[in-house]
Design a protein around this ligand. Structure first.
Ligand code: MRU
Length: 333
């Protein structure tokens, strides 16, 4: 992999969106060509396009697509507004999706080409921010944890696939590795959709970074055994009081990290911090289809008819967070 991702995660070609289908990884590299808002919303819903900053890019590009469809097919303002709303609400927890869709919608009066240009500027900003937060986060951990190479645990997928550029938490891991300050990475598999096993292990493999895959339930135990120096994760939304919404399973790592007195660090772009959400209790936690839990990669794992509760995210209280690191600052409670 070069200094950037060796693959295009999401982009704009000839008036439509192209995106790497993240449901097909790690076994297939398949590009999606999305020419309608309906196709984009479907791709977001089934997590072919996912990860908070990439959802932000998808929101902006989606509005560019809607504006183009409106010009070509003569949509009236109400139909275009409905399309923007459909994009903004395709998933509820990652604030980046709504924020970037609404920012792109503000450009609609200038025409579809201007919306596409604004969306591409959002993509470029996302990439630049990822490098800045990666370097800042690596510096913070080196200063806080000392000179020995670090054993870092991470959850879900927060690399190029989720964030463009280097990523957020995985970007910090990459920057640590570049400065020979990383021993290895402990990767939570991230049930039910296995973003850790399928996507993070794939990205770390491409980067030749040493890593070990863990069953999610093993994470807190390994922390308690002194086998982890720091937990580093991303987030889908940070409330104004510092509460953090991230992939289900994050909260138990934060509790274990506090008990073991190791840093629990959250790495996000500023656009993931939502001043309009006062605290974690106000964050809508996405609930997804039951069969994602009753099945593993499409294969039934529970008796027919078993009911499941599929909360896709959890909320980690600010009190458990050692630091939130963004492209422009370190926030310590
Ligand atoms: O459901 P997903 O795969 O979109 O969830 C992604 C995560 O929870 C990531 O940790 C989060 O978006 C942070 S990526 C910076």
């Amino acid at each position: 992999m070069s200094s950037e991702a060796a693959f295009e995660v999401i982009g704009w070609r000839d008036g439509h969106i192209i995106a790497l289908d993240q449901t097909a990884l790690p076994h297939d590299i398949r590009m999606l060509h999305l020419t309608t808002v309906g196709e984009l919303v479907d791709a977001i819903g089934r997590l072919a396009i996912r990860g908070a900053p990439v959802l932000g890019a998808a929101g902006a590009l989606g509005v560019a697509l809607a504006a183009r469809q409106a010009e070509q097919d003569g949509w009236d303002a109400a139909r275009l507004d409905a399309a923007v709303k459909q994009i903004a609400e395709a998933r509820p927890t990652a604030v980046n999706l709504r924020r970037e869709a609404e920012a792109a919608a503000a450009v609609i009066p200038q025409g579809a080409a201007a919306v596409a240009a604004a969306a591409l500027a959002t993509v470029a900003t996302t990439v630049a921010a990822s490098h800045q937060m990666s370097e800042r986060g690596a510096r913070y951990l080196r200063e806080r944890c000392g000179p020995a190479p670090l054993r870092v645990e991470t959850h879900c997928n927060t690399g190029s696939l989720a964030c463009l550029g280097w990523g957020t938490a995985l970007g910090v891991i990459r920057a640590l590795n570049n400065s020979e300050a990383l021993a290895h990475v402990l990767v939570d598999e991230t049930r039910p959709l296995l973003q850790g096993a399928r996507l993070t292990c794939w990205e770390l493999g491409q980067l030749a970074i040493e890593h070990y895959l863990l069953a999610d339930a093993a994470g807190p135990f390994l922390i308690s055994q002194g086998l982890v120096d720091a937990v580093v994760v991303g987030a889908d939304r940070v409330a104004a009081n510092g509460d953090v919404a991230n992939k289900i399973g994050t909260y138990s790592l934060a509790l274990a990290a506090q008990q073991a007195r190791i840093p629990f660090v959250v790495v996000v772009p500023e656009s993931t911090i939502d001043p309009a959400t006062p605290d974690g209790g106000q964050i809508t936690v996405e609930r997804r289809a039951e069969d994602e839990v009753t099945h593993v990669l499409g294969v039934p794992a529970a008796p027919d008819g078993t009911r499941a509760l599929n909360y896709a995210f959890d909320i980690t209280p600010a009190a458990l967070v050692t630091a939130i690191i963004t492209e422009s600052r370190v926030i310590e409670p």
